[in-house]
Design a protein around this ligand. Structure first.
Ligand code: SF4
Length: 361
């Protein structure tokens, strides 16, 4: 456990304008420019008056700086429009979040000091967007069970809303799943610009979630994101029925990564109160509860990305969990896990009796 000392992070300012990431550099591979959807992304990028470079080959080069930190800074300001390789059409399961994961992009413009992508994606953390989106979407039907709901998670390697103004890809996914019989889309974000998603024909086949945390954690560790209050406002708009100007979507909260900071019950109680105030409406609501964990690989990457971070990654205070391939991750000990789990289950049940908790991990 550790203390949050800075007073200023205890009250996080609300952001009135949606948080929009504007890259400094946009590069297209020749193959991406040949794709009709790549041309649509090009038009969007140009509508923001961003200069565009066409790379000589279908490889991303010139993204390394003088050291790891410099490379990080260059990459996080770069949007690369590329084509996803054929291997990406072979989907992987992603329990407990969904049956399958697929990717419309890799990399994220935010700067969370515990980022889940550290250790998952290799190389500089440039934001790669896939121009062959129609091919990616038409492949999904191969994984849809004919008689049973099949769920697909699109946020494993990116924050799809954080780049939506430049890509339009999330809206394309929502439209696609709106036409499916048994296919259901799930996405999650720490951004808040949802205007363009409200009128889409989603047909109830997309669950929109925002990822939130106690204010001392989001204020300190989630650089470049929309404030929690803004995320909750956005979620309310997505959940409200169309006749009240909303999107009428099923919605959800991902509370992650949960950390037993000092006074955690008070801070998470306040978070649940603010969720309850934002969602004082009838809606189809789920919760996903994810505690903080790290691997030796993710810790190493995060320490190069955020060398001054106060994020607690002390192995001595954690339990080791092994997967079936021999990989290890560091999680909280079982007593802490049990106490936190009981707290969240009780407090959510009390405030949201109709909501479903999908999992605790
Ligand atoms: Fe990483 Fe998610 Fe934060 Fe983006 S929003 S930096 S993917 S943790």
């Amino acid at each position: 456990m550790y203390a949050i000392r800075d007073k200023e992070v205890l009250s996080q300012p609300e952001v009135r304008q949606p948080r929009l990431w504007i890259p400094e550099r946009v590069v297209f591979t020749p193959a991406a420019l040949e794709e009709p959807y790549g041309q649509q992304i090009l038009q969007r990028v140009q509508s923001y008056n961003l200069p565009v470079e066409e790379l000589p080959r279908n490889r991303l080069t010139g993204l390394r700086g003088e050291d790891e930190r410099d490379t990080y800074n260059i990459a996080k300001r770069t949007l690369a429009v590329v084509t996803a390789p054929p291997s990406s059409l072979k989907l992987s399961p992603i329990p407990p979040s969904a049956d399958w994961q697929f990717h419309i992009a890799e990399g994220c413009p935010a700067h969370c000091q515990y980022c889940y992508l550290a250790g998952s994606l290799s190389g500089p953390p440039v934001i790669r967007v896939f121009a062959n989106l129609p091919q990616i979407l038409s492949n999904l039907v191969n994984y849809e069970r004919p008689e049973e709901a099949t769920t697909y998670e699109v946020s494993c390697y990116t924050d799809p809303l954080g780049i939506e103004h430049l890509t339009g890809s999330l809206a394309e996914c929502i439209r696609y799943f709106g036409t499916r019989q048994n296919g259901y889309l799930r996405w999650v974000s720490k951004f808040d610009k949802v205007d363009n998603l409200l009128d889409l024909p989603h047909n109830g086949h997309t669950r929109c979630r925002v990822s939130v945390n106690a204010v001392p954690i989001s204020g300190r560790f989630e650089g470049g994101t929309a404030s929690v209050a803004s995320r909750l406002k956005a979620l309310r708009r997505l959940a409200l029925p169309p006749e009240e100007g909303g999107g009428g979507y099923p919605v959800g909260l991902v509370i992650a990564p949960i950390m037993p900071l000092d006074d955690w019950q008070m801070h998470y109680g306040r978070l649940l109160d603010s969720i309850s105030q934002a969602l004082d409406i009838n809606c189809d609501l789920t919760f996903e509860l994810i505690t903080h964990r790290f691997t030796p690989g993710s810790k190493e990457v995060l320490q190069t990305w955020y060398p001054h971070s106060k994020l607690d990654m002390d192995e001595d205070k954690r339990s080791v969990k092994r997967n079936k391939f021999g990989g290890i991750k560091y999680v909280y000990n079982s007593d802490t896990m049990k106490t936190m789990k009981r707290f969240f289950e009780d407090e959510i049940q009390r405030r949201f009796p109709n909501a479903e908790i999908l999992y605790w991990t």
